[in-house]
Write a protein that binds this ligand. Structure first.
Ligand SMILES: Nc1ncnc2c1ncn2[C@@H]1O[C@H](COP(=O)(O)OP(=O)(O)O)[C@@H](O)[C@H]1O
Ligand SMILES: O=C(O)C1=C[C@@H](OP(=O)(O)O)[C@@H](O)[C@H](O)C1
Ligand SMILES: [Mg+2]
Length: 181
């Protein structure tokens, strides 16, 4: 287990990394950051506009730079974007610089939560279900590879998942510091 005092959330679009991450940070009394939001602030453009002007490769370069900078901090909760794990260098940074939680959810839940979403360019496909299933096939092994813990977020509501995750983390971190001491 990675005992570093950072919490990094990975997982697919609509898993709740941004919304649950913010609440978990409150429970843990740690500052919260969202990678996509930082990219938008630093670029001065929305994610859809970055994809439109620079394509996915341009977005991934910005995502990598931002992730490298943010994972260098100490004591933060960082929500990543669903595709951040695609880059092996990002996986290395996440795995070595913090405790990584895979927020796992079903394609069914993603479809329902993101039904009205217009801010995720990779969802702009004729068949969203097929797109999400294809992404899961490629990405799930990468979430698995990089994570220290899996949290299922399919059924419960945001506050319950956040509270449960925060208490699990407190237990885990407490255990690792007492074992190490
Ligand atoms: N466990 C959950 N139960 C119900 N709704 C959820 C849950 N997790 C996320 N949501 C909702 O799904 C949408 C996408 O969540 P978001 O945090 O943006 O996901 P991500 O950052 O992983 O893409 C939001 O409207 C959020 O309120
Ligand atoms: O899965 C992906 O490749 C992406 C997920 C998005 O973040 P969320 O996972 O927070 O929706 C955002 O980074 C971008 O649209 C690309
Ligand atoms: Mg998000």
């Amino acid at each position: 287990m990675n005992p570093a005092p950072n919490l990094f959330l990975v997982g697919p679009m609509g898993a709740g990394k941004t919304t649950i991450g913010r609440r978990v940070a409150e429970h843990l009394h740690l500052p919260f950051h969202d990678l996509d939001q930082i990219i938008e602030e630093e670029t001065g453009a929305t994610i859809p506009l970055i994809f439109e002007l620079e394509g996915e490769p341009g977005f991934r370069r910005r995502e990598h730079d931002c992730l490298a900078a943010m994972t260098g901090r100490q004591g933060i909760v960082l929500a990543t974007g669903g595709g951040a794990v695609l880059d092996p260098a990002n996986r290395q940074l996440l795995a070595t610089r913090g405790f990584v939680v895979w927020l796992e959810t079903s394609v069914e839940q993603q479809l329902s939560r993101l039904a009205r979403d217009k801010k995720r360019p990779l969802l702009a496909a004729p068949d969203r279900r097929e797109r999400l299933e294809q992404m899961a096939q490629v990405r799930n092994p990468l979430y698995q590879e990089v994570s220290d813990m899996i949290m299922h977020s399919s059924c419960d509501r945001v506050p319950q998942v956040a509270l449960e995750l925060a208490s699990q983390l407190e237990r885990q971190w407490h255990r690792s510091t007492t074992v190490a001491a």
